[in-house]
Design a protein around this ligand. Structure first.
Ligand code: NAD
Length: 282
């Protein structure tokens, strides 16, 4: 299936990046969010990102106008009716996602694919919410989407081969490298990454070193391009906490318990870059 028309649900950190990459590659994009403010902020983030890429020479000057012209913002999910594929990138909360999947089932044609950018919720569980479980799949983009090469493709137990082929084909057409993994909480990326971020938060909580020093150890000692605490701020501390909670619930193993400092930061509204303060100030 040649995919030309895509919906993105959620215009936050990930949704606006996904919409931008789809539109710069010539696809028509319907970008939906419940919040007008989130849509305005999402479009502003896309404009800024395009400016940066044009300044760096990574995109031609005329890409700005053409890309923005292909993105259609909406607060009405029914506007996604013409889409052949929807990438759900709303808040990492199972109840919210279930509501969106139920609504999309009613709005989209039967053959449309439902992809989700979830970081950790079981794809098999999500597919079971839908009346088209064989056309549900994980399309896990990395942050920042316009820059990062990987798309982790997660097959639910129910996903069929045609859906898998369409989604890996689309990821390649976007210039990304898809890696397919089987379903399991956190998949591969966050099963490995989040416990490391959580442990860095514990090290800070136990006062063993400053945030800067923890990040410097991992950057200079392990050759990581960004330290775990700065990365947590980039991802969003609420998202990190949700992922740890899902790993903990799914595996019932205390090694996945969230660091109390991470919990407190979220309670205090210190969510990282998106709120202006996390482990660092922005
Ligand atoms: P975010 O908080 O930045 O944005 C979420 C957006 O979803 C908000 O704009 C919110 O208004 C919107 N939303 C909430 N309920 C909605 C609904 N019912 N319908 C439409 N929109 C709704 O979150 P994010 O960081 O962009 O994460 C989105 C998804 O991507 C999550 O599943 C997350 O786990 C995943 N993810 C995040 C990262 C990351 O680094 N932040 C990386 C990979 C995957």
């Amino acid at each position: 299936m040649q995919i030309r028309t895509v919906g993105v649900v959620g215009a936050g950190t990930m949704g606006n990046g996904i919409a931008q990459v789809l539109a710069t590659h010539g696809l028509e994009v319907w970008l939906a969010d419940v919040s007008e403010t989130a849509l305005t902020r999402g479009l502003e983030a896309i404009r800024n990102s395009l400016e940066r890429l044009i300044r760096k020479g990574a995109l031609p000057e005329d890409a700005r106008h053409a890309t923005l012209g292909r993105i259609h913002p909406t607060t009405v999910l029914a506007a996604l009716a013409p889409c052949q594929l929807v990438v759900e990138a709303a808040t990492e909360n199972a109840d919210i996602k279930q509501g969106i999947f139920k609504a999309l089932d009613d709005v989209l044609p039967a053959e449309a694919i439902l992809a989700t950018n979830t970081s950790s919720i079981s794809l098999t569980r999500i597919a079971a919410w839908s009346r088209r479980p064989e056309r549900v799949i994980g399309m896990h983009f990395m942050n920042p989407v316009p820059v990062m090469q990987l798309v982790e493709v997660i097959r639910a137990l129910q996903t069929d081969d045609a859906t898998h082929a369409a989604v890996t084909g689309l990821a390649e057409a976007l210039g990304k490298t898809p890696v397919t993994v089987r379903d399991g909480a956190g998949f591969v990326s966050n099963r490995v990454l989040m416990p490391m971020i959580n442990e860095a938060a514990f090290v800070l909580y136990e006062n063993l070193a400053t945030a800067e020093d923890i990040d410097t150890v991992m950057k200079l000692g392990m050759n990581h391009p960004i330290g775990p605490l700065a990365l947590a701020d980039l991802i969003g501390l609420d998202t990190c906490l949700s992922i740890m909670d899902i790993l903990y619930t799914e595996f019932r193993d205390s090694k996945y318990r969230a660091c109390p400092l991470l919990v407190q930061m979220v309670q205090a509204g210190r969510l990282g870059r998106k709120s202006g303060q996390g482990f660092y100030r922005y």
